[in-house]
Write a protein that binds this ligand. Structure first.
Ligand SMILES: Cc1cc2nc3c(=O)[nH]c(=O)nc-3n(C[C@H](O)[C@H](O)[C@H](O)COP(=O)(O)OP(=O)(O)OC[C@H]3O[C@@H](n4cnc5c(N)ncnc54)[C@H](O)[C@@H]3O)c2cc1C
Length: 454
């Protein structure tokens, strides 16, 4: 039986970044990655396979090459048993490996709504992070005309937008009054839903699916709770993801109430020498410290880096107290992003907020080619002015503007400090220094806090 200093189970972003970090900083350590599928994909790129990448899943491949280049080893097989006492992992083909440290990076799987009759008919699909599955879906999809997508979170919406752009008749059914409502504030969710409606997607909100029906085991209709029937050659169910934590549970690891593997700030489970990172591991809300469910590649890789540095003992202190959740997307040319709290999520947690927004062209003068209107909304504590959340929408710069806001939240920067935030500006690249939307939104909060009642 071969022995490794570290064995990582999984092949997604969390596994790859854990492997790279360990091999880069502890060159002499032997590291094995056990991944169940030979080919991997960029999970966040899946929606774009259906249109922008020309229905070619091969253009969205991702693998552990950077880890292998650093001397990491890979076995393509499924880990099926972990003996935490003997410190061994058994894989499906019968081979066993022994470990010094074990990392679960087994990710998440789409939630299967067994409560919807017909969820298992032929041509009912899920947005699985599996290359062979998505490759097959992409090849099948060109034969379909009418597709119903259930779930208007960012994954369902991105898939709907892309499939519609490729010429299919797409209906998106969302039970909430607005799409994107888990990621965005009510204001930005409304903007995002309107933008989605401006595409060719037929968006049905406040609408519940009662059943999926068909003949010869193959889907034909989606039946709504009000009795209406939508014709469907295929249905894609996108109602959320749950941790792939069954093996962890069978191995004696503790799970939390959401089924995520219980870990501390450094990814360590309750069992010695076993850690978990990424979608399979629990996250803690940065405001409340309570366990919550945030499953993002950005979060997974940050956790993986923290673990990679600290797997043999804590050497680099984790700099954040909890998971912010930084979401970004682009629908029909409008980029939208959010980090941390908004009035809805803060309200649910009993956190007081004060907010303000500012819009400005993201070039100066605004008549320059390529200009988009950029809006930044900041949420701060009315007591000390620290930034607790933010949203941005507009052109491509939104993708990085939200990361500045995310850093401000993580470092507890206040609106008072942002008054003297030094930014670089250029007519072709940024908003005017007179109207930097982050600074101006912060200034407006300072005004509300010091010169007027909010
Ligand atoms: C369509 C889509 C779009 C997304 N867009 C974004 C985005 O824009 N930004 C963002 O931050 N996040 C996005 N996400 C979320 C992001 O993809 C996940 O958070 C991320 O993939 C989590 O990485 P992970 O490595 O923890 O898990 P996963 O990516 O789920 O990988 C887990 C891996 O473990 C393997 N595995 C599981 N069990 C075993 C076993 N027993 N033995 C061997 N191997 C095993 C699986 O095959 C899989 O390869 C998106 C997700 C989807 C589906």
């Amino acid at each position: 039986m071969k022995t490794y200093d570290v064995i990582i189970i999984g092949g997604g972003p969390a596994a790859i970044v854990t492997g790279i970090t360990v091999k880069k900083f502890f060159k002499e350590k032997s590291v094995l990655m056990i991944k169940e599928e030979a080919d991997g994909l960029v999970p966040c790129g899946i929606p774009y396979i259906f249109n922008l990448l020309g229905n070619d899943a091969g253009k969205n491949k991702m693998g552990p090459k950077p880890f292998v280049n650093l001397g990491g080893e890979v076995v393509v097989d499924s880990a099926i048993k972990v003996d935490k006492t003997a410190k061994k992992v058994l894989v499906k083909s019968g081979e066993e490996f022994s470990y010094g440290k074990l990392v679960f990076a087994t990710g998440s799987e789409p939630v299967i709504p067994t409560f919807i009759p017909g969820h298992d008919l032929r041509n009912v699909f899920y947005v699985k992070k599996s290359f062979p599955y998505i490759h097959e879906l992409a090849s099948k999809i060109s034969g379909f005309k009418n597709i119903v997508i259930v779930g208007g979170g960012f994954i369902g919406a991105e898939v709907a937008e892309q499939m519609a752009a490729s010429g299919m008749n797409i209906t998106l059914v969302e039970s909430e009054p607005l799409c994107f409502s888990k990621a965005f504030s009510p204001e930005l969710s409304a903007i995002a839903t309107d933008v989605l409606r401006e595409t060719k997607v037929n968006v049905m909100t406040s609408t519940l699916v009662k059943e999926i029906t068909g003949e010869n085991d193959t889907v034909q209709h989606v039946v709504l709770s009000d009795g209406r029937k939508i014709e469907a050659d295929a249905v894609t169910l996108s109602i959320g993801y749950k941790a792939n934590s069954q093996l962890a549970e069978e191995s004696g690891l503790e799970l939390n109430r959401f089924g995520d593997i219980h870990v501390d700030n450094y990814g360590r489970t309750t069992v010695k020498d076993i850690s978990a990172v990424g979608d399979c591991a629990q996250t803690f809300g940065f405001l409340t410290g309570r366990s919550d469910v945030i499953k993002l590649a950005s979060t997974a890789t940050a956790e993986a880096r923290t673990l990679g540095h600290n797997i043999f003992g804590i050497r680099i202190k984790k700099c954040t107290a909890g998971t912010l959740g930084v979401f970004s997307t682009e629908i029909n040319g409008l980029a939208m992003a959010a980090a941390g709290a908004n009035e809805k999520s803060a309200g649910e947690s009993g956190v007081e907020l004060i907010s303000s927004k500012f819009s400005s062209p993201d070039r100066h003068p605004g008549g320059l080619p390529g200009m988009s209107n950029l809006t930044v909304k900041l949420y701060a504590s009315p007591v000390d002015g620290s930034i607790l959340g933010g949203e941005a929408w507009g052109g491509k710069s939104v993708g990085e503007i939200i990361n500045i806001i995310s850093l401000a939240i993580q470092k507890s920067i206040t609106v008072f400090e942002l008054i003297s935030f030094q930014v670089g500006t250029h007519p072709l690249l940024t908003a005017s220094p007179v109207n930097n939307p982050i600074v101006r939104a912060a200034e407006d909060i300072v005004y509300k806090m010091t010169c007027s009642k909010y």
